[in-house]
Ligand binder design. Structure first.
Ligand SMILES: *Cc1c(COP(=O)(O)O)cnc(C)c1O
Length: 377
């Protein structure tokens, strides 16, 4: 079977893990610090914090939206909506609920499978506490256009909602040449085993400013300042936090895998470019849109196909793993109260499917995938 996912673990990871073992520092020790420093250099944003998984990073991000923190103006009553799409990993939407906020679904653009910015612009109101978007499959949302929509909303309502970008699929994605994590928003990344960059499990949050960065560093560990004098118990916790720290073994994997991730990313993109050529014009199949300056990480390769179930059967029989990947979240019972018609997603949901595109595909593999699809289903 040609797989959809594979763990990208550098052979150097084992040696770095052995160094952690012999150091005796396992949790938030120097290896986590070194990993964060390396991430700052690569991402280009000094305000970032490593955490134990991407879901934790989402919970921190939504905490910032729900609760402005000690000493800040409280969130006005009734400003409790997060505009979000149901086409994402459940973690993003459940972090909204965990913080006492409500979901207001925004439609999905059937061309890109990402948030429909026209529908978003219609739904922003004084009740909007935050906007939660995902660079789905690695394809970037047009953050420049979003910023103009927010300028208009701010002029109209006197309030600019916090934007949370889920970059879990989008390690290395750039928009008009600028890497994600640098657009003035709160961003989260996942270093789960199957993501481009992996720590086994791990994650990171990037922040737009020093104040949010300092706050997140406290919230990540129960609200306790790590520099406090705990020997004499002379410390105060200004606001309660979580236990979301990364451990040093995970950070050692992350450091090792930073050395291989660029080459892997290059191969995802090369395979995607190959499919773009080979699959264009195939009957019963449509590629997703590609806009200039939108440089996807192609963590997944999305397709729209007619008779999707037959397509999936044919591919599976041919030894090629394919997936629908997620169920649209608005159909889950847990969030049934938020359901609204979403014509864009309704129209394309039955055609969505993903095929293998990763660094592990040989030239023969990808040629076989393209040939199998071109033969029809
Ligand atoms: C992987 C993923 C996350 C985070 O997952 P963790 O396993 O908690 O690291 C968040 N959002 C999306 C879209 C993901 O694919």
């Amino acid at each position: 079977m040609i797989p959809l996912f594979k763990v990208a673990m550098s052979p150097a990871a084992m040696g770095r893990i052995a160094d952690v073992f012999s150091s005796g520092m396992m949790v938030h020790g120097p290896t986590v610090g070194a990993f964060e420093e390396a991430l700052r250099r690569v991402v280009g944003n000094p305000h970032l914090a490593a955490v134990n998984n991407g879901t934790s990073a989402l919970h921190l991000a939504m905490r910032l939206a729900a609760d402005p923190g000690p000493g800040a103006e409280p969130r006005p009553a009734g400003r409790d909506e997060v505009l979000a799409t149901p086409l994402t990993f459940e973690a993003a939407n459940f972090a909204v609920l965990a913080n006492g906020l409500r979901l207001r679904w925004v439609d999905v653009d059937p061309g890109t499978f990402t948030i429909d910015l026209d529908d978003l612009a219609r739904k922003i109101s004084p009740a909007t506490a935050a906007i939660s978007l995902v660079h789905w499959a690695g394809y970037p949302v047009d953050l420049d256009r979003l910023s103009r929509i927010l300028d208009d909303a701010e002029a109209a309502h006197g309030h600019r909602p916090l934007v949370v970008e889920d970059c879990a699929h989008a390690w290395g994605t750039t928009l008009r040449g600028r890497r994600l994590g640098n657009h003035g928003n709160v961003c989260i990344f996942s270093f789960h085993a199957l993501k481009h960059l992996t720590c086994g499990t791990g994650g990171m949050i990037t922040l737009p400013d020093q104040r949010m960065h300092e706050r997140v560093q406290l919230l990540r560990w129960l609200g306790i300042d790590r520099r406090a004098d705990r020997i004499n118990a002379s410390y105060d916790v200004p606001e309660w936090g979580y236990n979301f720290q990364l451990n040093d073994i995970a950070a050692a994997m992350g450091l090792a895998n930073l050395e291989i991730v660029d080459e892997n990313l290059r191969r995802h993109r090369a395979n995607a470019a190959y499919y773009d050529e080979e699959l264009a014009g195939v009957t019963g199949l449509e590629l997703t849109d590609r806009a200039p300056g939108h440089d996807s990480s192609f963590w997944l390769y999305p397709l729209k196909v007619r008779d999707r179930d037959a397509f999936m059967r044919k591919m599976t029989e041919a030894g090629i793993a394919v997936t629908r990947f997620v169920r649209r979240n608005d159909w889950h019972s847990a969030v049934r109260e938020f359901r609204v018609p979403l014509p864009g997603l309704d129209g394309v949901y039955d055609q969505m499917v993903y095929i293998p595109v990763g660094w592990w595909l040989t030239e023969e593999d990808r040629a076989y995938v393209a040939k199998t699809i071109r033969a029809g289903w």
